[in-house]
Design a protein around this ligand. Sequence first.
Ligand SMILES: Cc1cc2nc3c(=O)[nH]c(=O)nc-3n(C[C@H](O)[C@H](O)[C@H](O)COP(=O)(O)OP(=O)(O)OC[C@H]3O[C@@H](n4cnc5c(N)ncnc54)[C@H](O)[C@@H]3O)c2cc1C
Length: 457
Amino acid sequence: MPAQSIDQLKSSFRGELIQPADAAYDSARKVYNGMIDKRPQLIARCVDVADVMAAVQFGRDNQMLTAIRGGGHNGAGLGTCDDGLVIDLSRMKGIRVDPAARTVRVEAGCVWGDVDHATHAFGMAAPCGFISTTGVAGLTLGGGIGYLTRQYGLTIDNLLSVDMVLADGSFVTANANENSDLFWAVRGGGGNFGVVTSFEFRLHPVSTVNFGPTFWPLEQAADVLRAYRRFIVDAPEYVNGFFAFLVVPPAPMFPEHLHLKKVCGIVWCCTGSAEQTEAATMPMRTLGQPLLDHVGPAPFPVVQSIFDGLFVPGLQWYWRADNFTELTDEAIARHVEHGSKLPTMLSTMHLYPLNGAAQRVGKTDTAYSFREALFAEVIVGVDPDPANAEKITTWCKEYWDALHPFSAGGAYVNFMMDEGQDRIQAAFRDNYSRLATVKKKYDPTNFFRVNQNIRPD
Ligand SMILES: Cc1cc2nc3c(=O)[nH]c(=O)nc-3n(C[C@H](O)[C@H](O)[C@H](O)COP(=O)(O)OP(=O)(O)OC[C@H]3O[C@@H](n4cnc5c(N)ncnc54)[C@H](O)[C@@H]3O)c2cc1C
């Protein structure tokens, strides 16, 4: 990377350019997953679209491996790279709510907490995830599964338009009317097609929700899972509840006798009234002998940020995932076996329901393929101590191996590690070849390849 070309970039760049010798380098290169320790040559912290165009041009002219960083949350560390260029969007935080049109325009450096804060003031929300610190960009481009999925669909089902900088440095808008092939591809196909600089989402009237957990002893886990697989199919769409194996954190909100106990549970988030929530969820919440059941009103942004203090940046993080169309008795038995062996306090397994509005979109309507799946499973090994990295990884892989034969064959791309090309194809199934065609049109040299990579046709 010649000093002369860096000087040239500096003359047209308004954000920060951070290199290994700079004081800010070590904090700027960090991503969420503490297992990832990459050292880029240059971090271009953009403040506007012009900066993004200049950074893409620079990466191309200097033939640099180029990563795009939104919220930096990717488990596999795909928001950074070794020896290359990181186009870091984290300073692009503009948000504009249009309350009359019920839409929001969000710049690509926002995390979901930024969006929740802005839209909550208007009594609305965009379908997002389960935690407020995840980047809007990466989560959206992979699909977006969250508390509002059953009622309002995946995040991409509420995406109206994107602005993008392509590999040739040009700027385009993609939506249902303009560059519609590109708009199809970015709804699930990840960061393969260019740098998205802003997103426009449809909003929904979501303000106070009924939130909280029901926990059961592990001995009741098989009964709970058998009841849950039926319950979630018939539950009204304003009911969301994901199943989890977890260790109860030693936090004041939980009774002391449950602290550090391994349990199974359902975490509820319902947009119906308190009465509707009680009526719809009680059959599940009164099953067997729950250890704890506490569901009550909470502002949506509070719900979204409730796990932030637990899952802080820098933890060791290894996860594996798959989609499931059904949960057989044998699969449940394996869940109970491996879920009971959670290796650390923060490790967990979640089953997110995907039915309702998300299933009403066709398999080929967006790049996200698994529209018939009922659950997204994610097995997550987490711990602050790098000495435990192997322990959490081994548990996670063994758990995944045991359940994979019962899966629909592929995972949600945003819950994948670096698992090879077969797994990427398995995630997109029949949509892969169409994605490869769009990739060839918009990024024929595979300039954007630090991602779950779609190879040009
Ligand atoms: C604690 C935690 C909770 C999570 N919860 C959820 C959840 O509830 N629901 C859910 O669906 N997912 C969830 N995820 C997964 C999350 O969607 C992915 O990790 C996602 O990649 C994160 O996006 P990011 O912008 O933070 O990541 P980054 O690491 O910044 O980027 C990830 C990928 O997106 C691409 N990318 C980023 N920004 C852009 C851009 N502007 N233009 C083009 N490409 C871009 C990058 O190339 C990279 O491949 C969670 C992850 C974590 C760690």
